[in-house]
Ligand binder design. Structure first.
Ligand SMILES: [Fe+2]
Length: 127
C-alpha cells in the first residue's frame, strides 16, 4: 500500500480554471472536450486529455496508465496507455441514446502511476 495520500481517493482540483490550479493539478487534471448539447440519436465525440495546462511526464517510471469516461455513473469505457509511445489522450465515440436523454454529466478519470486518480466533470444536455 502506498504512503502517497494522492492514492487514497479521487483527486479533484479546487477549480477547473487552470489559472487557479497548482502545478500538480495542471499536470494531472483530465480535460474534457465535448459538445454542451446533443440531440437524441446523435453520435458525438468526447476527448479526454491530461497534461493540457502543464506537460506531464510520459516515461516508464511516471506516466498515465489509463483514462476512463462515465456518463453520470454509467461507465462508458477505459483506454489503457502504454508509456512513452501512447500520448495521454483518449477519444470516446458516444451515441445519444433515448435512455440517456436529459441533463447529464460527463466524468473523466485518469490514473497516474505516481500521483493517483484524477477526476473532472463536464455537463452535457442530451435533448
Ligand atoms: Fe504524475
Amino acid at each position: 500500500m502506498s504512503e502517497n495520500p494522492l492514492f487514497r481517493g479521487l483527486n479533484r482540483p479546487g477549480s477547473l480554471n487552470p489559472e487557479d490550479m497548482n502545478d500538480l493539478e495542471k499536470k494531472h487534471t483530465p480535460v474534457i472536450t465535448a459538445p454542451d448539447k446533443v440531440s437524441r440519436g446523435e453520435r458525438f465525440e468526447v476527448v479526454v486529455e491530461t497534461g493540457v495546462y502543464m506537460r506531464h511526464p510520459n516515461e516508464y517510471g511516471h506516466h498515465f496508465s489509463w483514462i476512463e469516461l462515465y456518463l453520470d455513473d454509467v461507465p462508458v469505457g477505459r483506454v489503457y496507455l502504454q508509456p512513452v509511445i501512447a500520448a495521454p489522450r483518449a477519444v470516446f465515440r458516444l451515441n445519444a441514446a433515448e435512455d440517456y436523454v436529459g441533463k447529464r454529466k460527463l466524468v473523466a478519470r485518469a490514473f497516474c502511476n505516481l500521483h493517483g486518480t484524477w477526476v473532472s466533470e463536464k455537463s452535457i444536455d442530451i435533448e
